[in-house]
Design a protein around this ligand. Structure first.
Ligand code: GLN
Length: 474
């Protein structure tokens, strides 16, 4: 097996026993990037020189006999809406095309001893499900290059699936980690809202945004969580709860665990091949000793409408700062109003403008009560569905997506159809809960299928335990 297809924990072992060097490993990953990046398009920026210098520093440390951290010297990729000091962070938008942050996002800073291969593609400002809304290019699925890698963190998912990084970070506001993970056949984890600091994550919808990981296996997922979770004084919404050692949860034992199957996630509109794969996962858990309990999350049908009011409302507010003055690009005009209008008209893409308009409409006087306030109330009902369900079960099992990866161009002209992509993932963000997507086989067309496990707030450990048990049993 090539080094670029190995897991971080396998590579750590090879590094510490000096069977390979960090320079060799980084060289192999960069050679893989040279080989496949033309076809996949996972990256917006490749940080080759930084990677090479970092690898040398790690090798020097190993040669001095010093110990290295579990992810030290491991090649990684970071979504291009996570700030990296001195390295362009564009959000795949023309408005930030040349933006170089003066500081690091906390999550990236905590990984600064991993080797940064580059910054990955996304839908502009993380709005989308296919990376087709990137102002620069579309990322293709390594399993079928005619198809999308998913979105918005499609570049981060494809980088890991295509061997262009060992692990990566993405962000998930309505499914942007879990959906591309399921499309690309890798593991994607969105922690509880607040588990990972949002400091330096360019804001899309601040009450929903969360940073998380893409990895080849559950052990790597636990290692990345160990590195990035924790309170941060720079983000007042980050959780003060103690962070356990997530590798301790890697025990393949689900005996007595109660896993709920919500009937609203197994309805018409879900690809039958996905439904049967996820039902097989439930069977597997039963064989392993878990108890499967059918349940109902009755407000699920309102989740998309709720999300597509709350997220655009927050986005419209957050994106006000791109005014041609404080950040990013400026297009001149006769006066300040014309300058701001020209800047925003020329530099934002169509989907971002659509969201700004929906958001401002929902927030405007006269409509606020009917749309935004009502959406907030429904959000509370959706949260309550989960609170009630978690009185009966420890975890909830669902498909990650209603369909597998689609062809590039197939959905881009139908935003509503694209929004329905998020049906299984947005309720989790609305409730602020942790969720993982795990590969569970392929369709007859050889496209990856993923299942989702949703946990109680701050109970990432139980998700990891059940995920590990499934992985070991396969
Ligand atoms: N696809 C969803 C959207 O377009 C989710 C995006 C995300 O999680 N960043 O808003």
């Amino acid at each position: 097996m090539a080094l670029y297809d190995k897991t971080a924990h396998e590579l750590h072992e090879l590094l510490t026993t000096k069977k390979i060097s960090a320079a060799e490993l980084t060289g192999e990953v960069l050679a893989r990037v040279d080989e496949v990046e033309d076809k996949i398009g996972a990256y917006l920026t490749i940080t080759r020189d930084k990677a090479t210098a970092q690898a040398k520093a790690v090798d020097d440390k190993i040669n001095r006999g010093e110990t290295i951290a579990p992810l030290e010297g491991i090649p990684c990729a970071i979504k291009d809406n996570i700030c990296t000091k001195g390295i362009k962070t564009t959000c795949a938008s023309k408005i930030l095309e040349n933006f170089v942050p003066p500081y690091d996002a906390t999550a990236y800073k905590k990984l600064s001893d991993s080797i940064l291969i580059g910054k990955t593609n996304l839908d502009e400002f993380a709005m989308g499900s296919s990376t087709e809304n990137s102002a620069f290019h579309t990322t293709h699925n390594p399993h079928d290059l005619e198809r999308v890698a998913g979105g918005s963190s499609g570049g981060s998912a494809a980088a890991v699936a295509g061997g262009e990084a060992i692990f990566s970070l993405g962000s998930d506001t309505g499914g942007s980690i879990r959906q591309p993970a399921s499309f690309c056949g890798v593991i994607g984890f969105k922690p509880t809202y607040g588990r990972v600091s949002r400091y330096g994550l360019v804001a899309f919808a601040s009450s929903l945004d969360q940073i998380g990981s893409f990895t080849h296996d559950v052990t790597d997922c636990a290692l990345v969580l160990n590195a990035i979770c924790g309170h941060d004084e720079m983000d007042s919404t980050s959780s003060a709860a103690p962070v356990p050692d997530f590798t301790k949860a890697l025990v393949a034992d689900v005996k007595g665990l109660k896993i709920g199957l919500p009937k609203e996630y197994f309805v018409k509109g879900i690809d039958p091949e996905i439904e049967s794969a996820v039902r097989n996962v439930a069977k597997k858990y039963e064989e392993l000793g878990a108890e499967i309990i059918e349940l109902s999350l009755p407000h699920t049908e309102y989740a998309i409408a709720t999300y597509y009011l709350i997220a655009p409302a927050e986005a419209a507010t957050n994106l006000e700062r791109y005014d041609g003055v404080s950040y990013g690009a400026r297009v001149d005009g006769a006066d300040v109003v014309e300058m701001m209008t020209n800047t925003r008209t020329e530099k934002f893409g169509a989907e971002v403008k659509r969201r700004i308009m929906i958001g401002n409409y929902a927030l405007s006087a006269g409509y606020y009560d009917a749309y935004y306030l009502k959406a907030l109330k429904v959000r509370t009902l959706i949260q309550k569905d989960f609170t009630d369900a978690f009185k009966k079960v420890d975890l909830i099992l669902t498909p990650t997506t209603p369909n597998v990866s689609f062809k590039v161009g197939e959905m881009i002209s139908d935003p509503l159809k694209m929004y329905l992509q998020d049906i299984c993932t947005v309720p989790v963000n609305l409730a602020g809960l942790p969720g993982i997507s795990i590969p569970c086989g392929f369709t007859k067309d050889k496209l990856p299928i993923g299942f989702q496990l949703i946990g109680k707030a701050l109970d990432e450990a139980t998700i990891l335990k059940a995920s590990f048990a499934y992985e070991v049993s396969c």
